[in-house]
Design a binder for this molecule. Sequence first.
Ligand code: TXA
Ligand code: MG
Length: 516
Amino acid sequence: MKNGIMDPMKTIIKKIDVNQIDETVISEAGSILKQGGLVAFPTETVYGLGANALDEEAAKKTYAAKGRPSDNPLIVHIADIQALEEIAVNIPPETEELAFHFWPGPLTMIFEKSEKVPYGTTGGLDTVAVRMPSDLIARELILAAGGFVSAPSANTSGRPSPTTAEHVREDLDGKIEMILDGGSVDIGLESTILDMTVTPPMILRPGAITADMLEKVIGPVSVDETILGSESEQAPKAPGMKYRHYAPKAKLTIVEGTLREEVLAIRQLAYAAFREGKNVGIIATNETEKFYTHGLVKNIGTRENEKTIARNLYAVLREFDEEEVEAIYSESFAIQGIGNAIMNRLEKAAGHTRIAAAPIVEQQKYRRVIFLSNTDTSRGPMAAELLKHQDLVQEYAIDSRGLIVLFPEPANQKAEAIMKSGQMTLEGHSSVAFAEEDMQEDTLILAMDEGQKSKVVSEYENTKNVYTLNEFLEDDTQIPNPYGQPLTAYGECYEILMKLIEKLTNKLNAFTKGGE
Ligand code: TXA
Ligand code: MG
């Protein structure tokens, strides 16, 4: 078989249904592998780039197709437990229990290698990584290929691991003989790697089989300290973990805090970027997606079931590479269960860039401004509309409310006529009664006159954010009530409001710069 790197080849793509595996496709793929060729195939974790693990030349082709450094060892995939004894020696006794519980499945174990395994496959190491995948297509392929299939993730080195056959095609089309398309994978993150040559066994890469799960079976395991955090000076023990695996084209930053803080901080960052004319990407979840107002938001899954997040992570990162975003902000995930593996991969993609949400959130004092009037049909809606047209450094929800609203009414027609002359409109406005729930910690309430303010102060508790507009601005200009008066009175009111709203804008913008 020709070496497909020098000589671009046609990559055959075969769809294969796991519920009805086509044996002719499997035997075709198996014979490609037996002859030293490369076949990408689905596993329950990610797609693998298969080659005959006992053939040194096939390993070379694997490295070439991926563009991967050849000191980075490959995992040998097997389909039955007897195969382990052929490729590993001095297998420790705990292995049996682990294999019983977790094989076939997303666990890779490292042992001393037997002579049968070429150094080309182990990157020159005397140890060999072994995994028995549970995916039925993978298992059948391994058997058809003779029982030992080396398979790194089937991506170009430096890109996210593929979770669909389409991802494989994007990276490896023309470089390998065949892709078996078994649809989307189940787990979405690479297997847990456990080094069985040390005591206690050490986790070198977190995955779907967590430390807790392992400890329930064999007692204490240790964890390579380089897995999380940038602090460690040491090189990771799995050679592949030292490479800056994948960096999205746009810089990725992980925002950390409580979920509420993370959302607010990312929202502020996205709004700031929007003001600068930059588009940012946001990695959000089912629970938080709706709270974002600017930026390209991608829902990665639900926090109720972090498996969905694991499954989508790499696809979302690949999608962002296709989009014109200049920065990506991600919420963070709890470091427990599969969350450990999610954060490990996310941190690698971010080059360990994390920022704290709380100090960003603290920079914004108010998030909502409510203008309070009697009927919410003239001065209040005018003030709200004027503020919406200002250049605000931070994002505010801007509303108006009335103290005497019995049923929803449109804006006063004279108020609307005046706003129109200023290229604004109150069309669609409908008056809303002020309610207790409008009084939030982050809401600034600005009454048109003293009477309205006193009413709120006397009727409600926690009114520290309630001011008259001129009191808040330390400006004694009164806002005239134009109700029942000719259009000119509305015009005068507009002029006065305009000046006050400009002043308000300056005051709100000054909060941002840390000024009170
Ligand atoms: O889920 C998976 O494990 C997927 C699927 C295809 O099975 N495979 C996978 O392979 O993620 P790869 O090559 O992308 O990652 C293998 C990792 C690398 O970080 C490598 O350095 C480490 O395993 N590794 C392999 N053999 C090793 C050994 N003998 N000692 C230490 N680390 C080893
Ligand atoms: Mg990989």
